[in-house]
Design a protein around this ligand. Structure first.
Ligand SMILES: [Zn+2]
Length: 313
């Protein structure tokens, strides 16, 4: 490796959203605007990336761009890639194809007008593309994205498309159109593939475990690291959140414990990850992958993945 440039082995990604307003919406069905906490937490992330000299992809919500246009400009100015995470934080199963198209066009247009660059990537809120919401892939391409990174190739309670390709692949759509999918990383343990490299999985597992899993993944394919600004939030949530929590059913209070569990470990783990692995924005990792390997092609039909190369027509 002497004198060789360290290859980029992981796409470093951040889903830019405000944890307080999303928790109020998802857990208590109370709609509210994003709060300034997203700025405080993003400042921690941006200064860490600057210090470690790594660039990332920030999938940002349209509602955040509208309220905090300076944040978008800062991300772009510091040399990171900007992608879209939706307009509001609506999972795909809450939207119709028409509503998704309107929301994505709005968010993408807003960002492109502000930074004067084409936006290529999309990530669905809560990784909500699976067999049942596969229709969304067609809409994503139609709006003008070249790649998507929303699918966990595993079975899980909240999300996941079991049996989906673990490799970056090209999804063939109708009328000779296509979309690249950069699936989230999963690690094989006996009998199961489990998500790794971000969110709750980064919070719950000790660093050595995440590091071991990612090392194993990057020996076969590029990995994806992901996080949310609220995961670095160490402050107490506002009183209105605790009021809503106190009157919530026991099941919801229990779920929220997991949502916030072990947040204090995230900053140091993220720091170690960005030093240990060769990280880059997703679009760069995609381009490197395309140069090195032939991308597998699939057709998505009726929520099933059909291997294009083995299909005899
Ligand atoms: Zn999100």
């Amino acid at each position: 490796m002497k004198g060789e440039k360290k290859p980029h082995v992981a796409a470093l990604t951040v889903d830019v959203e405000d944890g307080v307003s999303i928790a109020m919406q998802d857990f208590f069905n109370i709609q509210m605007d994003p709060t300034d906490r997203v700025i405080t937490n993003m400042n921690i992330i941006l200064s860490m990336f600057d210090q470690n000299q790594v660039k990332a992809t920030f999938f940002i919500l349209g509602e955040i761009v509208e309220k905090y246009p300076e944040l978008l400009r800062q991300i772009d100015k510091e040399g990171h890639e900007v992608g879209v995470h939706g307009y509001h934080h609506d999972q795909m199963f809450r939207l119709s194809p028409q509503k998704l198209e309107t929301d994505l066009s709005r968010a993408k247009g807003l960002i492109e007008d502000a930074i004067g660059k084409q936006v290529n990537g999309f990530r669905a809120p809560a990784f909500s593309i699976n067999q049942k919401t596969a229709w969304a892939l067609d809409v994503i391409e139609k709006v003008g994205f070249t790649y998507d990174s929303s699918i966990f190739p595993s079975r899980s309670l909240r999300y996941g498309w079991n049996g989906f390709s673990k490799d970056i692949c090209r999804l063939k759509l109708a009328d000779s159109r296509s979309l690249i999918e950069f699936p989230l990383s999963v690690y094989r343990i006996p009998g199961k593939d489990i998500p790794v490299g971000g969110g709750g999985y980064l919070r719950y597992f000790p660093y050595w475990w995440t590091s071991k899993a990612l090392k194993s993944i990057v020996s076969e394919r590029p990995a994806v690291i992901y996080l949310h600004p609220y995961e670095l939030d160490k402050e107490k949530y506002p009183d209105y959140f605790h009021k809503a929590l106190a009157s919530a059913p026991a099941k919801k209070r229990f779920q929220l414990q997991f949502y916030r569990y072990k947040k204090k470990t995230v900053e140091s783990k993220l720091n170690l990850l960005t030093r240990q692995f060769g990280c880059a924005p997703m679009i760069e990792v995609l381009h490197e992958f395309e140069k090195q390997r032939k991308m597998k092609e699939y057709t998505v039909f009726d929520g099933k993945l059909i291997n294009h190369s083995s299909q005899e027509l």
